[in-house]
Design a binder for this molecule. Sequence first.
Ligand code: HEC
Ligand code: HEC
Length: 293
Amino acid sequence: MMPPWTRDGARSAGAVFLIVAAAACAIGALGVPGLRAQVAFPVPAGYSVPADSTMPVGAMGVSIRRGREIVLHAADSLPGHVGNKLTCTNCHREAGTLASSGPWVGSFASFPQYNARAGRVIRLEDRVNECLRRSLNGTPLAADGRDMADIISYMAFLSTGVSHGPRPAWLGYRKLTPRAADAKSGAGIFSENCVRCHGPQGAGTQLAPPLWGSRSFAIGAGMSRLNTAAAFIRWNMPFDRPGLLTDQQAYDVAAFVLSHRRPDTPHKELDWPNGDPPDDAAYPTLAAQHKPK
Ligand code: HEC
Ligand code: HEC
C-alpha cells in the first residue's frame, strides 16, 4: 500500500516542462535577449506534500491549521511581532509547500541543525524566529508559547513521512551558478517584468509585496544575499510566468533589487562568528575581519 502522504495532493516527480514558443526554445535558454524559454521548476524526486485529508483530527489538527493561518497572515496573527508588509509565505510560497520556493516539506525532520550564521546548533523554533526578526523585520516569539507551538505543528505535519536526519536536498532555494551581476541591466528587466505588480519604486502594490524600502525584508535576511535572491526570482518570478528569466537575467534583476535601501538588522556584524561568511554576504562581519588570512 502507498503511504498516506503520497496519495491525492502528491506532486509528480522528476519531470521538466518546457513551455515555449517553438522557435524561442534553444536560443532563449542561452539568454539571447527578446527570445525567452519559460522553464518550469522540476519537482525533486521523492518530494511530496501531505494532503489536508491526512491531517489528524482533534487538538493536533486544530494546532496544525492554526499554525498554517499564522504563517499565511503573520502581521494579523502576530500583532507587534511583524515590522514590515511581508508574510512568511511570500517567500515560502503556497504555505511552504512549493518546491521552488524554500519549502518546509521535510525541514522539521532536519532540526536541530548547525547554523553557520549563528555559529551554533539551533532548533526549528530558533530558525522561525530568525526569519521573523530578519525577513519580517520583527521581534521573536516566545519559544514555549502557543503561536510557536502551532507553527511547529504545521511544519511537523509537512514533514510527514520524511525520516529524521540530514537535510533533504530539495530544501532551500535551488542555487544557480554564481556569476557577476549587472544592476544597470537589471533595472531594465525590472521595468519590463516586475513593475506591473511590485510598483516602479519596488514599494509593493495591491498585487505584490514590497521588494525594498522600509516595508520590505531587512538587510540581515537570507533574501538580501545575491545568490538566494537570484535563485528565488529565477524559479518563482514573474509570479504569473515563473521560469521566464534566464539565469543571467535573474542575477541582474536581483542585483538591482538589492541595490536599494532596506531596514537594518541590529547586530548583523556578529553573524558568522566563526569567520566563515558566504561570498555573497550582504554586509561585513567582525569575525571575518579579524580572521587571519
Ligand atoms: C523575505 C523572504 C522570507 C520571508 C518573508 C520568510 N523567510 Fe524563512 N527563509 C528565507 C530564506 C532566504 C531562508 C534560507 C533558505 C536557504 O537555506 O536557502 C529561509 C529559511 C527558513 C526556514 C528553514 C527552512 C529549511 O530549509 O530547513 C524556516 C523554517 C523558515 N524560513 C521559516 C519562516 C517563517 C515561519 C517565516 C515567517 C515568520 C519566514 N520564514 C519568513 C526567506 C524568508
Ligand atoms: C504578476 C505579479 C508579479 C510580477 C510580475 C512579479 N511579482 Fe514578485 N511577487 C508577486 C507576489 C504575489 C509575491 C508574493 C508571493 C506569494 O505570496 O506567493 C511576490 C514575491 C516576490 C518576492 C519575495 C517577497 C518580497 O516582497 O521580497 C521577490 C523578491 C519578488 N517577488 C521579486 C520579483 C521580481 C524581481 C520580479 C520581476 C522579474 C517579480 N517579482 C515580478 C507578484 C509578482
